[in-house]
Each structure stands twice: as C-alpha cells, then as structure tokens.
Design a protein around this ligand. Sequence first.
Ligand SMILES: [Zn+2]
Length: 270
Amino acid sequence: MDFKRFLDININEDNKFIIFKNNKILYEPKLKTFLLDAAYLDLNLDELELVGIGIDNNKIYALDITNYNQEINVGYKSLIEYDIRHLLAISNPKDIVLIGRANQLLHWVQRNKFCGYCGKLNKFDKKEEALFCKCTSTMIYPSIAPCILAMITKGDEILLARNNLFPRGLYSILAGFVEVSESAEETVKREVLEEVNLKVKNIKYFGSQPWPFPSQLMLGYSCEYDSGEIKIDENEIAEANWYKADNLPYVPPDTSLSGKLISSFVADHS
Ligand SMILES: [Zn+2]
C-alpha cells in the first residue's frame, strides 16, 4: 500500500471506495468487505465529497454519501450501514489502518473545504498533498492530536479506572490529550493528578499507536506511584482502584496500546 493523498478523480472501473454514511461505513456482509468496487456502484462523483487515501494496485478513495439521495448499489447483493466501532472489533490490523485513514482524511477535506481567513474554496497542492488558499499560502495538512496513556503501578499493583464513557465492566489505564505547549511527560503528570489525584514518578515511554477516530496518536507511558490518595474526577471517571496481576477486571485487548501496556504489567508480575 502506497499512502498518498489526492483529490483528482480518475474514472476507472478498478477504483475502490470506502464509503461513509451518517458516521457509519457501508459493508458487504456476504463478501465481508468494506472495500467496494467502482464497477458495482453508481456514483456521481462530481456531487460527492471524496479524497484519495492510497494506491494498492488500484486507487482507493474515501467518500461520504450522507447527503446523497440516490441508490448507489448496482452490483452487490446487499450493502449495510455498519457501526465503525463494531467493524474495528472484527477487522485485521491492515484493514483497521485503512478504515482509520479513510475516516480521518475524509474529516480533513470536509472540515477544510473553505479557507478560514477569507472564506474562499481551498485548493489542493499535489506536491505537498495538502490544502491551501492563495491568501496566506499556508499548507493545511491533516492534523494529528497526541494523546497519552498512563499506566500507574505501585509495587505489584496497577491502577485501573472505568471512564464514564466505557461500557459497563470495562476498566483501563488513564488517557488524556496533550495540551498546547505541554510535553507528553507533563501531560502524564497532569492527567493523573486531575483524574485520580495521585503524583507519579519514573515516567517511561512504552510505545505509540495511531487512532484516527478522528485524529489521535496514542503515546503510551508507564509510571510509578509517588504519593497521594485516590480521589476521582467524577466528570470523567466512574471508579478507580488498585489491582493485582492475578485479579484483573475486564480490560482492553492486546490489539490496543492500552491492552499491550496492561499485558506488560501482567508479564512482569506473574
Ligand atoms: Zn483564503
């Protein structure tokens, strides 16, 4: 897969499309695919928001048909609107990259259709693969939002919390967005203090993972408890407790960076 960004439409039966509608993704359940063939679709591409996301023998485009009122399926048995989170749960890593890239780049072209300074339509620079307007000539690249994951340990225990937005029963390590002018390590200290009222030390980088839903890059850190008593920020956290490796609640799978961090703790303490 050659990762490219392009807006030119090359009318070709071999093109592939990843199609979003009302924040869901179109899916062919019999063929178990979301990568749809141009030959089986009837799309008037002049009327649609789309972006090229890569070339893998064929050009792959992401497009949004939320406001498109015509039937597009002419060759598939059926196309259903599938929840993106459910699709991520059953997809392999390569497909998750494609779905994420399609999702984020489509948001990028939709949000930056017009220049924020003068209000005119932005243009596309093929060399930079970025949007721009002549009034400032500043290139608008897809923006990535760094977000930390903080695994706190205290001897043979790990702190796991249940975010208010999590499904019931699921616990994980803490997470938060990096603030403007802040280092990722400072974010770890701030988020831990804000969310559970603890001070931490020995902050160590673990690894990263893109999460383009819509635009995060997760930066994983481990750190050690320094001082304080757990006091949760009830706006974000429903519950937080210390757990031993042999008595963990339900936690995210190893396909996520938070799951990998938790597994590293289990491996070190069993
Ligand atoms: Zn402008």
